[in-house]
Design a protein around this ligand. Structure first.
Ligand SMILES: *Cc1c(COP(=O)(O)O)cnc(C)c1O
Length: 456
């Protein structure tokens, strides 16, 4: 074992050798980096032994807490057999068993599992499958190669995923690289594009979507959506019934529905998958973040037997799906994903989550009355707190004011780690969080909002 390197040394090396994601490195280099060495339950512990509540579930991946014995053991056991073998032309036990388990819990009608490594690749796979499906299953309908998606959607950072995304700050400069798509307004009730109010609106935001489908369906291979919550857009929650209507419209206009459950999957919204709140089965479903309980990079694209069958034929028909990654079906990842599902069953994670979701709603309610809290959006254990300059006019803070970031730095000083999206504070606790920890998280957020604004 090499001697443990001290925190100061590590900080120097971090500044000297690393480039962090979504990070202005000029600023990063000026600050001492927070170096996480260990974790336990809902806590992250830094090199100096300071403990922080993991308010983002390590960016939306962790479910049962850090160092969960069942998950730890699953990886150790698998490591005693083999770490990795290829999935191209070979198979392995954990990948096989996991596929069976995933089909058991997935929305009814999804029957096949295609593995990859992360949310973005799961989306790339779905997009390519959709395009190739129409070519092989319905060659008569002409080229269906385009996609419909919502504005402010986020489906990952690879170029295909960016093409169907629309977050100007992240994506704008890459426009020349992106394939053309059709975009619809999102169901953002707080700033309704139609200037209507739910429920009197009758979910009228579906009508423009139908108009777009009517106009473009001949070109559209699919419609991709983050079901129930547009997470990276700032936890924009859709009104009840919206997703079900989208499903009906996709069926009516012969457009495949791709549900990106990368953020919403594995209990985040209160059910195993967000689609299950509205009895929706998508044609393709992308999962990743919570799939391994936050332990290993693994993803999957689930689909129906109809889509799978469109790729069958003799070798020389070349209907094969020519796509794969070096680490597809990685046994360590699949083993810990199996353990993740075992914990869901044994600890009755979803049942125990219900009262915690209700408690979180109760705890958050008083925060809505704070100055500068415009709206609190909650769907299960996904929470967005939108900070505004003026609650009456809903006037936004300029992005450069970095209000979310300032509040998050206050929270860090009080022992809670957050990662805001612009002016939206995001709270995504591990599903295993205790009521006490939940209380502490919300109380720190409250203090941090108040003290940030007092210091302005
Ligand atoms: C995080 C996320 C992705 C991208 O996943 P990565 O593993 O970061 O590539 C895709 N879609 C949604 C909805 C996400 O939240």
């Amino acid at each position: 074992m090499p001697k443990r390197t001290g925190p100061d040394r590590l900080a120097d090396w971090d500044h000297k050798y690393l480039w962090h994601p979504f990070t202005q490195m000029q600023e990063w280099e000026q600050e001492a980096p927070l170096i996480i060495e260990r974790g336990k339950g809902s806590y992250l512990i830094d090199a100096e032994g300071d403990r922080y509540l993991d308010g983002t579930s390590s960016i939306w991946v962790n479910l049962h807490g850090h160092r969960h014995p069942t998950l730890d053991r699953a990886i150790k056991n698998q490591l005693g057999r083999i770490a990795h073998s290829t999935f191209l032309g070979l198979s392995n036990p954990p990948a096989i068993q996991l596929a069976r388990e995933l089909i058991r819990i997935a929305p009814k009608g999804l029957r096949r599992v295609f593995y990859s490594d992360n949310g973005s690749t799961a989306v790339e796979v779905a997009l390519k499958m959709a395009v190739q499906y129409w070519q092989q299953r319905h060659p008569d309908v002409g080229p269906k190669t385009s996609f419909l998606h919502l504005k402010q959607a986020y489906h990952g950072d690879t170029i295909g995923a960016v093409s169907v995304g629309n977050i100007e700050l992240f994506h704008g400069r890459f426009k020349p690289l992106l394939f053309p798509t059709v975009e619809a307004d999102p169901p953002y009730c707080y700033r309704c594009p139609l200037k209507l109010t739910y429920p009197d609106c009758g979910t009228a935001c579906v009508d423009p979507l139908e108009q777009l489908l009517k106009r473009h369906h001949r070109d559209l291979a699919g419609l991709i959506i983050e079901p129930l919550v547009q997470a990276a857009a700032g936890m924009i929650t859709s009104p009840p019934g919206y997703l079900k209507r989208v499903r009906e419209l996709c069926t009516k206009y012969h457009v495949l529905l791709i549900a990106d459950e990368v953020a919403t999957g594995f209990g985040r919204t209160g059910k195993m998958f967000a689609c299950q709140h509205e009895g929706v089965t998508p044609d393709l479903m992308c999962i990743s973040k919570g799939l391994t309980g936050g332990y290993m990079p693994l993803a999957a694209t689930l689909t129906t037997e109809d889509i799978y069958k469109a790729f069958l034929g003799r070798y020389e028909d070349f209907k094969t799906f020519f796509h794969g990654h070096s680490y597809t079906g990685n046994p360590l990842g699949c083993a810990v994903a199996l353990a993740n599902l075992e914990v869901f069953r044994k600890e009755q994670t979803l049942t125990k989550l219900r009262p915690k979701i209700a408690a979180l709603t109760r705890l958050l309610r008083p925060l809505a009355r704070l100055d500068h809290v415009g709206e609190i959006r909650q769907r299960g254990f996904m929470v967005g707190i939108e900070l505004v300059r003026d609650c009456a006019t809903k006037a936004a803070y300029p992005l450069a004011a970095r209000m979310g970031h300032r509040v998050a730095m206050e929270a860090r000083g009080r022992g809670l780690l957050l990662r805001p999206i612009g002016n939206v504070l995001v709270l995504m606790p591990p599903l295993s969080v205790t009521l006490n920890e939940l209380q502490r998280m919300v109380s720190i957020i409250r203090q941090s909002i108040v003290s940030t604004h007092d210091s302005l």
